[in-house]
Design a protein around this ligand. Structure first.
Ligand SMILES: [Zn+2]
Length: 202
């Protein structure tokens, strides 16, 4: 993710509650993979959460979420095939970064503005109220948003587009990784069955 320099002069924004651990209701404390402390440190890390509408009660629930430090994320992305890596980079450059740079960057200086920004798909502009499933991804530094990368939201249609960019080999690598580190509670395991969702790290 490039988008450098844009936020440097602004005050730091604390982690928006949308990115909190849904079980504890507090910020994620450690990397899901290496267990390194993240909150209250100077560590760089990524949080990804996937929300899905529960059709029995109509509520939006977090289905899958984790925090992962940059080192562990890098190890995973290094296992991606060259083709998958190039496809992902191109997709995010063309569909996410350019949109973010054009539309939202100048206004994001508070949690409220971040929440508003995350209420629309960063790719299609669709409102969260029209989506049955969506994911949010953000980069953080210790207890704050990483000022170099604007968090983004992606609706299920775009999530499917991203999965199609990945080669079979890369999908196998990601499945090994999720099997080892991200399955957690039984309801998360269920989540990785068809139609599958996989972590998207770029
Ligand atoms: Zn880690």
């Amino acid at each position: 993710m490039e988008n450098q320099n844009i936020h440097y002069n602004k005050r730091r924004i604390e982690i928006p509650s949308l990115f909190f651990d849904s079980i504890t209701g507090k910020p994620f404390q450690t990397c899901q993979v290496c267990q390194k402390q993240l909150f209250d440190t100077h560590s760089n890390y990524i949080i990804e959460k996937v929300f899905r509408k529960n059709f029995t009660n109509g509520k939006i629930e977090s289905m899958f979420e984790y925090a992962i430090c940059f080192d562990c994320a890098l190890k995973l992305t290094q296992s991606y095939s060259k083709e998958s890596k190039e496809n992902l980079e191109r997709f995010f450059k063309e569909n996410v970064e350019e949109n973010l740079a054009q539309q939202q960057q100048p206004n994001l200086s508070s949690e409220r503005e971040i929440m508003e920004h995350l209420s629309r798909c960063s790719i299609t502009g669709k409102s969260v109220t029209e989506l049955d499933e969506y994911q949010i991804v953000g980069q953080f530094n210790g207890s704050y948003l990483n000022p170099q990368m604007t968090p983004f939201m992606m609706g299920n249609g775009s999530m499917d587009d991203v999965q199609e960019l990945l080669s079979e080999k890369t999908l196998d690598e990601i499945d090994d990784f999720t099997g080892k580190y991200l399955t957690g509670p039984p309801e998360f395991r269920e989540f990785f069955k068809v139609p599958k969702r996989r972590p998207i790290l770029v």
